[in-house]
Design a binder for this molecule. Structure first.
Ligand SMILES: [Zn+2]
Length: 230
């Protein structure tokens, strides 16, 4: 908390170690950034996401393609950075992570016929508590790199789900069932669904089901990080 407050007051200080940032550094110094655990290739990332979802929900990975930049470890510098984004309202950090994710996706090869970028929505009540949706910021950064529009209105959360922290995979699945509603705007489109960190994939699976039910032709996935197997 103290670190995040410091960052709001002194934006030129590393979010993790509080050293002064160099002009080319953003939010986090290169030494702290080096401790992040990036995937070497997009196919390695896609495999990790697939394994995460399949290990929790059996063999139905419902995504056309899937991209993810980092492996997420507990108590890591990345966790500290993502926490700042989520709870401390450092808006442009999400955008910056999204932009970097998009640039990496393009550098890794053809991203296919993605037509719109849809962030996993927060419920209206939660949005008021937190004042913004971090996935929407990541989606905005992705939109800049991928040159496709953000269509937040295509997916809404119709039910206020309880926090998933500490819930088992089954409990998470139950918590998310029927929580989303997609608009007819997705009909026939290839949608890129965006989240910050994938833990079991319960939220994403429920969101993807809603998009499909409203006629989305393909649903792909982009996330900043996926929980590493500890
Ligand atoms: Zn640092």
């Amino acid at each position: 908390m103290r670190e995040q407050l410091l960052h709001l007051l002194f934006p030129h200080v590393c979010l993790v170690c509080q050293k002064l940032l160099l002009p080319e550094e953003e939010y986090c110094c290169s030494a702290c950034k080096e401790t992040f655990d990036p995937f070497r290739t997009s196919s390695e990332a896609e495999d990790a996401l697939r394994q995460t979802v399949v290990s929790h929900f059996g063999d139905h990975f419902q995504f056309e393609r899937a991209w993810c930049r980092y492996q997420f470890h507990k108590k890591s510098a990345l966790q500290q950075v993502l926490h700042s984004m989520k709870y401390e309202g450092i808006f442009n950090l999400g955008k910056s992570l999204g932009r970097q994710l998009g640039e990496w996706m393009i550098s890794e090869g053809d991203i296919g016929d993605i037509e719109c970028i849809v962030p996993v929505p927060l419920h209206r009540l939660k949005k008021t508590e937190r004042s913004y949706n971090q996935s929407e910021k990541i989606a905005e950064g992705l939109a800049q790199s991928l040159r496709q529009p953000v269509c937040s209105e295509f997916l809404v959360r119709k039910r206020y789900t309880v926090s998933q922290t500490g819930l088992s995979a089954q409990a998470r699945q139950k918590n998310c069932e029927g929580a989303f509603l997609a608009s007819k705007g997705v009909r026939g489109r290839h949608v890129l669904l965006v989240d910050d960190v994938v833990t079991t994939g319960a939220t994403l699976a429920a969101a993807a089901r809603a998009l499909r039910a409203s006629g989305a032709e393909k649903v792909s996935l982009a996330a900043v990080a996926v929980a590493a197997k500890e």
